[in-house]
Design a protein around this ligand. Structure first.
Ligand code: NAD
Length: 504
């Protein structure tokens, strides 16, 4: 279905939104508490109209050096002296400013990524909620006293690394930035963050909105390409920890680069998450969960439920209902509140998704719906792809094995519990999985048997800051979110104090 409000008016709406966001900021890098411009720039493109929104500084290793120096200065001179309560207060001060800019940040995220405005707003609020969580829990950091010989006082201290390097992708820019910044700052580190060149605007803007709150150099955002800025950051010998979110192939490069400096890494990588529909499932819940899990954010989601594995006894009914659901999405202008699916974020992602759709057809899967771009001529300048569903998918087909990162669902069937689990686990990835069933015994057995870091039962999402988030197998190392991520941004020191008998 194509939104009726999507007409010649759309370009005008986007031009207006572009002017509005450009009035708020020049979207420079943010280094040492100041805006930082470079001679060379790159453009960030509005995926609805295929035109630039603004230019962004194209930094290189020199700017990474400057930012790392600033971050160390800030750490040594001020940040390392702050108490958790002081850091908590500063995070809450920042959150208060961000709350005043929710509408502005939502529009920026919407036009930079193509996400429907309602989803962009939800992610801005999610980012603020994540920061608030770390502002709260960072106050309760503590070491441990270890009981041992009477003449010994033995205890542990948790200490920050100092300067950490953080790299984020383009699919959840502001949310991913908050996942990184909240715990790193709360744990007492200063940071140099590199957002994706494809959608860097909200990350720049939230850094600017920290002006006057954190000491200069505590938060640095260096913009540029992956190889020029990301490479320089991960290879930097004064960056003491790296946290990366992105693809497996780049994650491997990041890990190799960090190994040179023996810097610990957290890797949040891709996925090919299964969703198993058991024979007793409430099919309405199952259809909604799978649809949310593959069509939210046009399928550009790391934990997308991209492989649905349906029991043969309910396959026919599930497929009928799922096609109806897929065809009910409203493709249109993401600035319109009625739109439920926007374009893909980049032209190259559009090409990738279309190639996978062709591969699915040529490998013999049955295309049930979608597979193309909407007919409406008003959508032709945007990178729109219809919600697409393939049936009769074998697990060795490329569309079942590789991360597509688009609104493409694959469906295959199973006949026994063991077969379902085997199919679910037959993947290099292990980020997330879903199951639909009303039986408690299946819930807990499947949750234990599936190799994935997140299990959703009868739903897709939510993602809450309280719960650790991260993958098994090739989907990553370590976690974002939850209390344990504070540990990932700290190192433990054991202190032995000799308590000889006092002789006065
Ligand atoms: P990507 O790997 O291409 O890029 C991620 C980031 O790394 C970008 O900022 C990029 O500029 C940077 N980069 C590129 N080359 C680099 C290099 N040589 N050294 C250092 N940094 C480099 O990923 P993407 O296309 O931006 O994002 C999509 C991928 O991210 C998908 O695979 C998706 O599943 C994954 N992802 C994972 C999670 C998670 O939490 N597990 C969340 C969101 C996205």
């Amino acid at each position: 279905m194509v939104s009726e409000t999507f007409s010649g008016q759309v370009r005008e709406n986007h031009m207006k939104a572009r002017e509005q966001v450009r009035d708020s900021s020049d979207f420079n890098s943010w280094i040492d508490g100041s805006r930082y411009d470079t001679e060379k720039t790159f453009e960030t493109i509005d995926p609805v109209i295929g035109e630039p929104i603004t230019t962004i500084p194209r930094c290189h290793s020199r700017e990474v050096d400057t930012a790392v120096d600033a971050a160390w200065r800030a750490f040594d001179e001020e940040w390392s002296e702050t108490t958790p309560a002081e850091r908590s207060q500063l995070l809450f001060d920042w959150i208060e400013v961000l709350r005043d800019h929710i509408d502005e940040l939502s529009v920026i995220e919407c036009i930079d990524t193509g996400k429907p405005i309602s989803q962009a707003r939800g992610e801005v609020e999610g980012a603020i909620g994540t920061l608030a969580y770390y502002a709260s829990i960072c106050q309760s950091q503590e070491g441990r006293q270890i009981s041992t010989a009477e003449d010994l006082h033995l205890y542990t201290r948790k200490e920050p690394y100092g300067v950490v390097g953080q790299i984020t992708p383009w699919n959840f820019p502001i949310w991913a930035a908050a996942w990184k910044l909240g715990p790193a700052l709360g744990a007492g580190n200063t940071t140099v963050l590199k957002p994706s060149a494809e959608a860097p605007m909200t990350t720049i803007r939230i850094a600017e909105l920290s002006e006057g709150i954190f000491p200069d150099g505590v938060v640095n955002v260096v913009t540029g390409t992956g190889s020029e800025v990301g490479g320089a950051l991960t290879e930097h010998d004064r960056v003491r920890k790296i946290s990366f979110t992105g693809s497996v192939s780049v994650g491997q490069k990041v890990m190799k680069a960090a190994a040179e400096n023996v810097a610990p890494v957290t890797l949040e990588l891709g996925g090919k998450s299964p969703f198993i529909v058991f024979p007793d499932a409430d099919l309405e819940k199952a259809v909604n969960a799978v649809a949310d899990g593959i069509f939210y954010s046009t399928g550009e989601i790391c934990d997308a439920f991209s492989r649905t594995i349906v029991h043969e006894s309910v396959h026919g009914e599930f497929v009928d209902r799922f096609i109806e659901k897929a065809e009910s999405y409203t493709l249109g202008d993401p600035l319109d509140e009625e739109t439920t699916m926007g374009p893909l974020t980049t032209e190259s992602q559009y090409e990738t998704v279309m190639e996978y759709i062709e591969a699915g057809e040529s490998e013999g899967a049955t295309l049930l719906t979608g597979g193309g771009t909407p007919d409406d001529t008003d959508l032709q300048n945007g990178w729109f792809v219809e919600p697409t569903v393939f049936d009769d998918v074998e697990n060795d087909m490329r569309i079942a094995r590789e991360e597509i990162f688009g609104p493409v669902q694959t469906i295959n069937t199973f006949s026994s519990y063991d077969e379902a689990i085997e199919l679910a686990n037959d993947t290099e990835f292990g980020l997330a999985a879903g199951i639909a069933t009303e039986r408690t015994s299946i819930v807990h057995n499947a949750a234990a048997d599936i190799e994935a870091g997140l299990i959703y039962v009868n739903e897709y999402g939510p993602i809450l800051p309280e719960a650790p988030y991260g993958g098994f197998k090739a989907s990553g190392i370590g976690k974002d979110l939850g209390t344990e991520v504070l540990d990932h941004y700290q190192q433990t020191k054991s202190v032995y104090v000799n308590l000889d008998d006092p002789e006065l």
